[in-house]
Design a protein around this ligand. Structure first.
Ligand code: KIV
Length: 271
């Protein structure tokens, strides 16, 4: 029987066992109670309360403006809905870089105020002290390497990362470092599939890819993108499972038509 089926709750240990057994891990983002409930009931393993909320919930053009209070609001809503999935929350930009004491305070606020199970942080060597300090408080940490959107102004674009040897070598070292420090998993975003496969095979903790090919231990997508709620974002790695934007527009325009024509509400729809 598959490990994710027999587990009553998905924990970081279950994810580790899934990797060992070669069972792929399915992860999606969610930011609110209603969507998290659907996603959890559909059998997702991990829900990421991602700082992509800045883009798809708040309409910013980067993840940088999202605050700790805002991610805590989203995470609380998600945790109230979830019965089985592991809930991981992004530490927003500016809440952990450069100061491990601030990092620990941020992570503790997330764990205490939301009831989530783990935090995710972008970067390798440059955030080592913060990772160590958060882990030492017993808080599970997921790493994030490759395209790290909180550093968009350093990169300049959202193109594929680690294509050249120098950047690939840094990524390999960072993955080993995060494993050594005690992270329970690493997101690999938008890097060559061959590199992602090699890194996944070189470490014992699970890797979750987004735009990193099939050689990783699991996949993650932003729920608004895979459901077709967002229309303007169409990278090669994105598979759309629905055109929810068209469905919603159709339903809303039918509602508008019915209200204008006085068809809604009818006699059965009133008291
Ligand atoms: O914030 C987010 O949604 C993420 C995923 C893209 C991995 O970090």
């Amino acid at each position: 029987m598959a490990i994710h089926k027999t587990a009553r709750k998905i924990t970081t240990h279950v994810l580790q066992a899934m990797k060992l057994k070669g069972e792929k891990i399915a992860m999606l983002t969610a930011y609110d109670y209603s969507m998290a409930k659907i996603v959890d009931q559909a059998g997702i393993d991990v829900i990421l309360v991602g700082d992509s909320a800045a883009n798809v919930m708040a309409g910013y053009d980067s993840t940088l403006p999202l605050t700790l209070n805002e991610i805590i609001y989203h995470a609380k809503s998600v945790v109230r809905a979830v019965e089985k999935a592991l809930v991981v929350v992004d530490l927003p930009f500016g809440t952990y870089q450069g100061n491990s004491k601030i990092a620990l305070d941020s992570a503790i606020r997330i764990m205490k105020e939301t009831g989530a199970h783990a935090v995710k942080m972008e970067g390798g060597l440059q955030i080592k002290e913060s990772v160590i300090r958060i882990l030492s408080a017993g808080i599970p940490v997921m790493g994030h390497l490759g395209l790290i959107p909180q550093s968009i102004h350093k990169f300049g674009t959202y193109v594929v990362r680690a294509k050249d040897k120098e950047e690939a070598d840094i990524l390999r070292k960072d993955a080993l470092l995060l494993e050594e420090l005690g992270c329970f998993g690493i997101v690999l975003e938008k890097i060559p599939a061959q590199l992602a496969k090699e890194v996944s095979e070189s470490i014992k903790i699970p890797t979750i890819g987004i735009g990193a090919g099939g050689g990783v231990d699991g996949q993650v997508l932003v729920i608004h993108d895979m459901l077709g709620i967002t229309q303007e974002f169409s990278p090669r790695f994105l598979r759309r499972y629905h055109d929810l934007s068209a469905e919603i527009k159709g339903a809303v325009s039918n509602y508008v038509k019915d209200v204008r024509s006085k068809d809604f509400p009818n006699e059965k729809e009133q008291y």
